[in-house]
Design a protein around this ligand. Structure first.
Ligand SMILES: NC(=O)c1ccc[n+]([C@@H]2O[C@H](COP(=O)([O-])OP(=O)(O)OC[C@H]3O[C@@H](n4cnc5c(N)ncnc54)[C@H](OP(=O)(O)O)[C@@H]3O)[C@@H](O)[C@H]2O)c1
Length: 252
C-alpha cells in the first residue's frame, strides 16, 4: 500500500493530462470522461453539479476541453446545466490552431426526444465558430429534427435510441480523435457498458449528502468493467483520480 505523497504544486491543472497517449483507443476514437462525485458517489446536488465542484476541479473541467475534438454531453445535462459555447482562453485556443485544430472543441448533444432549447446559447451564441452536433436516432420526431438541423449538424446514429458505437463512428468519420464526455451519468453508463470508455478522470469532492444519482448509471445487464489507476493528485481536500480501462477489458 502506498502513502499518498505531497508533490510539487502544478501551475497548470492540465499538465499531467497533456502527455497521455490517446492514440490507441478501444474504438474509433479515444473516449475520456471527466466527472466529479461526492464521497458518497453522488453526481449532483439539487439537480446541478456546481455545488459538488471545487475551484481546482472547475479549473480542470474547463482545461480538459483543450484536449478534445468533441465534447459529448447527454441532453438532460444540457437542460439542467444550460451549456453555452465551449470557448477556450485565448492562449489555449491559439495553441490548438497552431496544431491544426479548430480553436475550440465541438459540442455534441445526445438526445432522442430532441426536447432542447434551440434558442439557447449552445446553438445561437455569435461566438460559436462551428455549430454543435445533435446526435439522435431515426425514431426522433421529424419536426424537431427539422428544427435541430437549422442550428446544428444532425448526426443519426441508431434506430430507436442512439447506439453509442455508431455515434462514435460518426464522430470519428467527421475527424474526432479524442471525444471528451462531460456526462451525465446516464450517458456515461451507456458508454461504459458498451466498452467505449478509454479513460476516466474522477474528481472526489469532500462532500456527502447529494442527490441519489451515481456518477455513472449502468443500464440493465451491463457487464463489469475494470479500470487501472494511472495517477492521483490532491489539492487541499479534493482528490483527482485518473484511470484507464484495464488492458484485460480492452478490445472486447
Ligand atoms: N457529477 C458530474 O460530473 C456530472 C456531470 C454531468 C451531469 N451531472 C448531473 O447529472 C444530471 C443529469 O444526468 P442524467 O444521467 O440524468 O442525464 P444525461 O446523461 O445528461 O442525459 C440523459 C439524456 O441523454 C439522452 N440520451 C442518453 N443516452 C441516449 C441514447 N442511447 N439514445 C438517445 N438519447 C440518449 C436522453 O435525452 P432525451 O431525454 O432528450 O431523449 C436522456 O434522457 C444533472 O443533475 C447534472 O447536473 C453531473
Amino acid at each position: 500500500m502506498d502513502v499518498l505523497g505531497v508533490t510539487a504544486r502544478l501551475a497548470d491543472p492540465l499538465t499531467p493530462y497533456v502527455d497521455v497517449d490517446r492514440l490507441r483507443p478501444a474504438g474509433p476514437c479515444w473516449v475520456v470522461a471527466n466527472m466529479v462525485g461526492g464521497l458518497d458517489g453522488s453526481a449532483a446536488i439539487g439537480g446541478r453539479v456546481a455545488a459538488l465542484s471545487t475551484a481546482p476541479d472547475a479549473a480542470l473541467f474547463l482545461a480538459m476541453r483543450t484536449l478534445a475534438d468533441v465534447v459529448l454531453v447527454g441532453a438532460e445535462t444540457i437542460r439542467r446545466e444550460g451549456y453555452g459555447p465551449l470557448l477556450l482562453p485565448r492562449g489555449r485556443a491559439a495553441a490548438r490552431r497552431a496544431a491544426g485544430k479548430p480553436g475550440s472543441p465541438r459540442l455534441a448533444i445526445v438526445s432522442r426526444s430532441l426536447d432542447l432549447d434551440w434558442t439557447g446559447r449552445a446553438f445561437t451564441d455569435p461566438a460559436l465558430d462551428q455549430p454543435p452536433y445533435v446526435v439522435t436516432c431515426q425514431a426522433a420526431d421529424r419536426q424537431r429534427l427539422a428544427r435541430a438541423s437549422q442550428v446544428a449538424e444532425v448526426v443519426l446514429a441508431g434506430d430507436e435510441r442512439v447506439d453509442p458505437a455508431l455515434a462514435l463512428e460518426e464522430l470519428a468519420r467527421r475527424g474526432a480523435t479524442v471525444v471528451l464526455t462531460e456526462g451525465g451519468p446516464t450517458l456515461l453508463g451507456e458508454l461504459v457498458a458498451g466498452g467505449h470508455l478509454d479513460e476516466l478522470l474522477l474528481t472526489v469532492s469532500p462532500l456527502m449528502g447529494g442527490d441519489p444519482l451515481p456518477v455513472a448509471v449502468a443500464p440493465p445487464g451491463a457487464p463489469l468493467t475494470g479500470f487501472a489507476l494511472r495517477h492521483v493528485l490532491r489539492e487541499a481536500d479534493t482528490l483527482f483520480l485518473r484511470y484507464e480501462r484495464a488492458e484485460a477489458d480492452r478490445g472486447q
